[in-house]
Design a binder for this molecule. Structure first.
Ligand code: B12
Ligand code: SF4
Length: 469
């Protein structure tokens, strides 16, 4: 199983600046086929040559990869390398958001199968069938797949329903990424474990395909299992990756109960909506006491009309209240704000002034992007300037801009500097209220590399000793 690397020389993205997390799709899938010999390669942490080397040494019968829109070409390159190295007999499969929402981008002789939607059961059935020596025709009995035929077309198998309780899935096979784990981080916090505790979202913002991917259903892991998973990771920092963790008040209260009762001492961050924060200050305080230290939220805009146009169903007033509540509680607010293509000079000024006024600790200014699979994409596809998937990273404008393009990017590039005042306000508030978090983060930055170095030394010595006849 291979996690593609989006890194090209000079490329800046979330992974090499702010947020770099475990390949949870791959560890979740690997956990479903424990009886088989599985390896995970995180190519974001490996030199390019590792892929060829490991493929040649390990000779897997199947190579799988995952893909967001931006990883599309790299994912295909991985499967092409697998075919080149191991021949046509090696079964190749891709899954994830992009192949599910835009499968035609993976019409390619190097792609034997595309997994559509949730992958656990589809992958397990596929691996078991291949291990039994099933023919290509027999594989068509497995739901949730597009299977390439000799003629180069894809047969669509019956839809895979997303019904299983998240409590029933086994814990992700994090043992397969043991050597990578010291490297995952968020901002200054690391090493950081990643846990997904719900799937789906009950909102329907038009720039987001989460609700479409999960078919308008949201499933939650029970608070007890979430606490079990948090307890089981050795990392002090945990990112609960849910797209909308702050919902379902009862589950959050139960989670606080579990954390308190078991005495779990972890710092955790997550993603959640500002309206929930604004409407539930008491619960936010409880979560803070349970270890919540960061919430990433889509503030999106300083303008009610724009929020409405995005079908965000939030308000600027709630954004303001949420930012203030988080600051008062000493919780980092990471806020996504959108720059739109119709922005004038004064729109940039107003947005940056608004971010400063909010005092969000880590504002992430992004460019409105119609991601494949979204309502926005369907509406504005005809206006796209490019179909190059690498540019759908929210840092490029794939739609025409009102300002001259160069000027638009100049103003966009000012975002960091122009929002310094707000960041200072947001960070100082947390620094004052949660000094222990900073102390733990600094300890992680200073001591983890030393710990890892010693561990590697010990492992090498052990390997050497065990090689002595
Ligand atoms: C963590 C995360 C990241 C991480 C890295 C993700 C990673 N893979 O390592 C970081 C922070 C770096 C990141 C960056 C970005 N992200 Co992001 N991210 C996420 C997030 C929150 C969780 C991903 C995750 O682990 N999910 C849990 C696993 C279990 O779910 P899964 O990946 O869907 O996998 C399941 C199935 O898809 C399937 N499957 C997946 N892969 C495979 C492979 C095989 C072989 C099989 C059989 C099945 C299969 O089976 C899995 C188990 O059911 C998702 C939201 C989400 N709900 O997934 C957004 C999400 C993937 N990101 C998204 C986006 C837009 C981005 C950015 C472009 C923009 C941004 N957010 O700033 C950047 C792009 C970076 C770049 N390279 O340029 C979008 C992608 C939409 C799309 N069309 O691709 C998502 C869906 C969020 C959203 N609201 O729309 N992201
Ligand atoms: S942007 Fe957030 S709130 Fe809106 S649908 Fe996506 S996950 Fe839900």
């Amino acid at each position: 199983m291979v996690q593609p690397s989006p890194f090209e020389p000079g490329r800046v993205g979330l992974e090499n600046t702010i947020w770099f997390c475990e390949p949870v799709a791959l560890t979740s899938l690997a956990a479903m086929v424990k009886d088989h010999d599985v390896r995970i390669l995180d190519m974001r942490l490996e030199p390019e040559v590792t892929l060829n080397r490991v493929l040649a040494e390990f000779e897997p019968d199947l190579v799988g990869t995952t893909s967001m829109t931006t990883d599309c070409y790299q994912a295909k390159a991985i499967l092409q390398t697998a075919k080149d190295t191991l021949g046509a007999g090696c079964f190749t499969i891709v899954g994830g958001h992009h192949p599910t929402l835009m499968p035609e981008d993976f019409d390619d002789p190097c792609v034997d199968a595309r997994c559509i939607g949730e992958g656990e059961d589809t992958f397990r059935e596929l691996v078991e069938a291949l291990a039994r020596g099933a023919t290509r025709a027999e594989l068509q009995n497995i739901s949730g797949l597009h299977l390439r035929t000799e003629a180069g077309e894809y047969v669509v198998t019956p839809k895979r329903t997303q019904y299983r309780s998240l409590d029933d899935f086994p814990p992700p096979a994090r043992d397969l990424i043991a050597t990578y784990r010291p490297h995952y981080f968020f901002a200054i916090a690391g090493p950081m474990a990643s846990i997904v505790t719900s799937r789906g979202c009950s909102f329907d913002c038009n720039f987001c395909a989460i609700w479409e991917f999960y078919e308008r259903k949201t499933r939650f892991m029970s608070a007890k299992i979430v606490a079990d998973r948090m307890e089981a990771v050795s990392e002090k920092f945990v990112f609960l990756l849910d797209d909308n963790f702050l919902t379902n008040r009862r589950r959050l209260e139960e989670l606080c109960d579990e954390i308190e009762r078991r005495g779990i001492k972890k710092w955790f961050g997550t993603q959640g909506r500002t309206d929930f924060i604004a409407d539930n200050p008491d619960l936010m305080k409880r979560l803070r006491d349970a270890g919540l230290v960061m919430v990433l939220s889509g503030y999106e805009s300083n303008d009610e009309v724009a929020l409405e146009a995005l079908l965000k169903r939030g308000t600027v007033e709630k954004n303001r209240r949420a930012a203030a509540i988080l600051r008062d509680l000493g919780i980092f607010s990471t806020g996504i704000f959108m720059v739109r293509q119709d922005f004038t000079e004064s729109d940039f000024d107003t947005l940056y002034a608004h971010i400063n006024e909010l005092g969000v600790a880590l504002p992430l200014v992004a460019i409105l992007t119609p991601l494949p699979g979204t309502q926005l994409y369907r509406k504005r596809r005809h206006e796209l300037l490019t179909e190059d998937r690498r540019l759908f990273d929210l840092l490029h404008s794939v739609l025409p801009t009102r300002l001259p393009r160069r000027r638009f990017y100049e103003r966009f590039a000012e975002a960091n500097q122009a929002t310094w005042e707000g960041r200072k306000k947001g960070n100082l508030a947390v620094l004052k209220k949660r000094p222990r978090f900073f102390a733990d983060a600094i300890l992680g930055i200073v001591f983890e590399p030393i710990k890892e170095h010693l561990l590697r030394k010990r492992q090498t010595a052990h390997q050497r000793r065990s090689q002595v006849p």
